[in-house]
Design a binder for this molecule. Sequence first.
Ligand SMILES: [Zn+2]
Length: 433
Amino acid sequence: MARAGMRAALHDEWMRRPSKTSWLSFACVALAASILSPARGSAQRPTSFACKRVLAQDGKSWLEDQFLLAMGTMIFQVRPRRDEEQVDVDFGDAWIVPGLIDLHTHLFLRPYAEKSWDEQVRNESVALRSMRAVRHAEATLRAGFFVVRDLGTEGAGYADVALQQAWKEGIVAGPELFVATRAIHMRGRYGPEPDDPKVEKGAQCVTGIEEILAAVREQQRKGAQWIKVYADYRNGLSGIVSPTFSPPEMHALCAEAESLGLHVSAHATTDEGIRNAIEAGAKSIEHGAGASEETLRRMKELAVVLVPCLTANETIVRNAGHSGPMLDRLNAAKAGFQRALAIGVEIGCGSDAGVFAHGENARELELMVDYGMPADAALRAATVVAAKVLGTNKYGSVGGVSGFIVLRADPWKDISTLRTPTAVYRGDERVGL
Ligand SMILES: [Zn+2]
């Protein structure tokens, strides 16, 4: 059985979780996986852990005095610790939370404060950007993020599919990737130099339904798991943001994606752009600051998730020196987030890392809490809610292959503790990149 197949078998074992199953049956499968997996070293027995508090599977309470058993990449037992039970690693009076999920990253970008988006896309080779992306992935995992939805390579073509393949083969370390490849934008609306056809753009730029459908099919064929579309964007020199594709074009895009088994994530900041995207069938709205209350209620009705990317706004304002129209943008983002929160739109954690440094992803959770979201809900936004958006029950709770993070403080009281984990584990292995 191939390594990936064995991992799937382990996962299936975990998901069944019968009430009275001996850990031996899990251990047999885990042991086989360990032997078959050359990249995993020679661990021949499971490692046991104890911890005072482990976040419950639904993310809504803490399980006290817990015992964890892990082998290879798999945590196959989480249960109360028995009296005087010996363990290999005792985390004592700590808090354990599952590996986190960021629903909006750009591993092929580096902070704009180092080099502008325009210069990166225009002047840096895909090869160079790919090598940086490997380092970015490592930093992301080190920070406790085990899964990212990477929403567009911004001019680096299908390099994200290659990075994902390298991760699957054990060549590089990092989070599991859900990739969107090139993203789709309207011709003439995206940089660098929107109107110059000779310049390679930050997305696949198309005109009309025929080209939209061809782009969706091409991206799916080459490995996209999500279709990322720009539903609105700055228009010309005025800088005014307006919708890109018409409602029939958005409908065609979403229908084609759905027919290929893919979901659509839409960048949208205006009420009209958001409306067009959600009515067409987009599953998540990125940014979304300009949504009216009526549109937010419609999002809730359609179960569309808002991924606010608050950290991107904060970073852009900081880079601009905290003044002028940029500050208005930050205030608008905050107000939009608070409207969504009040109406009860489901909110997933997505930071837009790449605009700022990879590995700083937990800043998004701090901002969510600063802007009024309860810390336990913010943590769910980066675990169970994000896992639901990705359509996987493999991640989002402690157990299976999700990995875990050891914290020295209660994240429900101080969310910033996520920025300084005591340790990060994938299964029985401490992440020490
Ligand atoms: Zn983005």
